[in-house]
Design a protein around this ligand. Structure first.
Ligand code: FES
Length: 548
């Protein structure tokens, strides 16, 4: 047993080891056993419809661990339901990562199966597992079925944002709006578009952290349980060979994952999450690296919001293995919604990165889901310094806005508001009625992976720490040149202006700790004390094993 990490807790004849063995007796541990102890973490929760199916998958993973000779020990962890959790699940991504890392660190575990699904759960796991560096396998819960309204298949998120604009333009009836609620409430599992959950499941598989072929599958598909069982067997095998996440989470591993991210036209949130995971391994992923890979690897998955299909279409076409095969062999044949790299979905790259005096540390655009004609644009700013101000003013008939205006939402960066997905602001109703469907928007917040439009996101440094957006005013001329990588205002325009800073309402609890330690978007919004800034911070330090 001494070759297992858990042996530090369980080997020996003293009162401490005896007490540890006794504590595990009810969990199935027997004295003299040399079985690896496998933690099974699950974010299943009644509060999280995306993760409800994980309970059955955890049971399947247990079976796999047992079949391979390990001892499964399941533990629930905080769930992060993107729909319900306010102000944003992003405020709690790092808390889940801490919970998982500290549970692993403090307990006699030799390997981990991590079950998650909704947007922030998988990145939180990847961050924790990168730090813990114990043999690990991630299991994701799959996407929910596609409901249909009046013959229209409904893509999670994407259709809601679109129909909200259509309703404000007067083209969606009360009946359709009410039916939409019923339709969107049907089924469990993650969003069925290339939202952040689907993207991060694909990233986990592309990084080698899942069972191959498991990331793109419908929730409830019987194959899921077999794959979860396989995950249980696999982690026991990884313990046997001593294979750890550090072997996968390398510069080359991240480059391969970013290539897949570009190929699927994935969520911009994945840029933040991958930067955070890399930071846990002491690696830095500059934004330009994402842009350079996206310039080389075209979007080949025709999936909403960048394309027309939905996740069931991608599952039928073979998921991540099929994508990787197309990237490895440009001559390979593709089946819709996948396309060969020689004939991509769009001539635009998945992402562009811009910098300039409005975003000195960078910002990103999901160009694959933007309007090409707006990627080079100059227009007067209409500035909102808070979400409340934006919602109050956006449909005000006196709002000084034209189709050429640049809508700016400041104050929603990682410090200012924990970076909610407020960035794809609704188009003002007056313009919707004129037929306007997209405008240039700029924000230090994020956008849902299911979102679309010409939105400059993650502007750094953010307004709340005095970034340039805090000094922008209505009428300032903003220049966006995506292909040239520029976001700027005339030189000197902002000089000497006092910043408008967001009100930081929380006076106690987690938000206060968050604000004190969160880094900016290009660093992944991780906490400064969780990043591996020196080699001796990898992996975590083992606890002293003695009387508790
Ligand atoms: Fe959970 Fe989209 S809301 S995956």
């Amino acid at each position: 047993m001494t070759d297992l990490r858990s042996g530090a807790w369980l080997s020996g004849d003293d009162e401490v080891a005896l007490n540890h063995r006794a504590a595990l007796h009810a969990g199935g541990f027997r004295s003299g056993s040399r079985r690896p102890l496998i933690g099974i973490a699950s974010t299943a929760s009644d509060l999280n419809r995306c993760d409800r199916g994980l309970t059955a998958l955890a049971a399947a993973a247990r079976r796999g661990v047992l079949a391979a000779g390990g001892l499964p020990l399941e533990f629930p962890v905080m769930s992060l339901p993107e729909d319900l959790m306010k102000p944003t699940a992003m405020l709690y991504r790092n808390l889940l990562a801490i919970e998982v890392e500290e549970t692993i660190r403090s307990q006699p575990l030799d390997g981990i199966v991590a079950l998650g699904n909704c947007d922030k759960t998988v990145p939180a796991y990847l961050m924790a597992l990168a730090s813990a560096d114990l043999p690990s396998v991630v299991v994701t819960g799959g996407f929910r079925p596609v409901p249909v309204l009046d013959g229209r298949p409904l893509g999670s998120g994407t259709t809601l944002w679109r129909m909200f604009d259509e309703r404000r333009a007067g083209s969606v009836s009360d009946r359709q709006w009410a039916q939409l609620e019923t339709c969107l409430g049907a089924g469990t599992g993650a969003c069925n578009t290339m939202g952040t959950a689907s993207t991060m499941a694909i990233m986990a598989e592309a990084l080698g952290m899942t069972v191959p072929g498991s990331a793109v599958i419908q929730a409830g598909d019987p194959a899921q349980e077999a794959l979860a069982e396989e995950a249980g067997r696999r982690v026991v095998a990884l313990v046997g060979t001593g294979t750890r996440p550090s072997a996968l989470l390398t510069e080359a591993g991240f480059d391969r994952a970013i290539a897949v991210l570009a190929a699927v036209g994935g969520s911009t949130n994945a840029i933040i999450h991958l930067c955070a995971v890399a930071g846990r391994r002491g690696l830095v992923l500059p934004l330009e690296r994402f842009a350079a890979i996206a310039a080389r690897v075209p979007v080949i998955a025709d999936i909403a919001p960048a394309g027309a299909g939905l996740m069931p279409d991608l599952a039928a076409a073979g998921g991540v293995p099929a994508i990787q095969a197309l990237l490895d062999d440009p001559g390979a044949t593709a089946r819709w919604p996948l396309r060969p790299v020689t004939d991509p979905v769009t001539s635009e790259p998945a992402f562009m990165v811009v910098r300039g005096n409005l975003a000195p540390d960078g910002a990103v655009i999901k160009t694959a889901a933007a309007t090409p004609g707006l990627l080079r644009h100059r227009g007067p700013a209409v500035v909102f310094h808070s979400y409340a101000q934006m919602r109050e003013r956006i449909d005000d008939p006196d709002l000084p806005v034209t189709p050429d205006s640049v809508l700016v939402l400041a104050g929603c960066g990682p410090v200012g508001a924990a970076m909610p997905e407020w960035g794809n602001m609704p188009i003002p109703a007056a313009l919707l009625r004129q037929g306007v469907t997209d405008m240039v928007r700029v924000t230090d917040g994020r956008m849902s992976g299911t979102g679309y439009g010409t939105v400059v996101l993650h502007v750094a440094p953010e307004s709340a720490i005095g970034g340039p957006l805090s000094r922008l005013r209505d009428g300032d001329m903003v220049t966006l040149d995506g292909p040239a990588g520029i976001l700027s205002v005339p030189e000197g325009l902002l000089d000497g202006r006092p910043p408008v800073l967001p009100e930081l309402a929380d006076r106690r609890g987690w938000p206060v700790l968050h604000r004190a330690h969160v880094t900016q978007a290009p660093e992944g919004c991780d906490y400064d004390f969780l990043q591996a800034r020196a080699p001796d911070q990898l992996p975590f330090t083992e606890p002293v094993i003695g009387r508790s």
